[in-house]
Design a protein around this ligand. Structure first.
Ligand SMILES: Cc1cc2nc3c(=O)[nH]c(=O)nc-3n(C[C@H](O)[C@H](O)[C@H](O)COP(=O)(O)O)c2cc1C
Length: 178
């Protein structure tokens, strides 16, 4: 399991929720705020040649992905979207689109794609912006299963209901067994 933590708070609401759902201790966790990942500038180099001009930490994500069947994105909601740091890492998957569809080379797939996201407001509309991002990633990675585990109202610091966590875990278990 590869976990991409897009929260600046390693022990914040989003990673805490992830820890209640997944075996984070035994997962490969990459904290994106600790990594050097440049912004895609649409130079189109990856359309002409396989790969990217930036030789930075993004390659660690790509290498890790080759060995994992489950990818978990963890993020607080910032202005109705994933954090800029997580989005920056995702934008670099543009080179994977080029590799897959232009150069037609084999690119990594995952079986399960999950999002763990939290937001401060008591309003689940906050997660809607992320839906399309997840759908695009699902298609790119040929994910069989995709699920978003979300928690609203973190501003109120209310504990997550045990039944909610139990339901989340059930979904993960079912997908792992299928
Ligand atoms: C820059 C910024 C933008 C935010 N935008 C939103 C937002 O649009 N909607 C919302 O409900 N909460 C918003 N929040 C609150 C966070 O989503 C919320 O506190 C989250 O649970 C923090 O997770 P973390 O502890 O993993 O960092 C924002 C917080 C920050 C710092």
């Amino acid at each position: 399991m590869l976990i991409l933590n897009g929260s600046p708070n390693k022990k914040g609401h989003s990673m805490t929720l992830a820890g209640e759902i997944f075996d984070v201790e035994n997962a490969n966790v990459l904290h994106l705020y600790d990594m050097e990942i440049a912004s895609c500038d649409d130079c189109k180099a990856c359309q002409h040649n396989i790969g990217c001009k930036f030789g930075d930490d993004w390659v660690k994500i790509y290498e890790a992905l080759q060995n994992e069947d489950t990818l978990v994105l963890v993020s607080p909601i910032y202005f109705g979207a994933l954090t800029d740091t997580l989005l920056r890492a995702l934008n670099r998957f543009q080179q994977v689109f080029a590799a897959k569809f232009t150069h037609k080379i084999k690119t990594p797939n995952v079986k399960n794609l999950y999002l763990v996201a939290t937001c401060g407001a008591d309003n689940s509309v906050m997660f809607e912006g992320v839906d399309i991002t997840m759908t695009i990633l699902k298609q790119l990675l040929n994910a069989e299963n995709m699920h978003a585990f979300t928690l609203t109202n973190t501003d109120a610091a209310v504990a997550v209901a045990d039944e909610t966590i139990a339901q989340f875990r059930k979904t993960v278990k079912k997908n792992a067994e299928d």
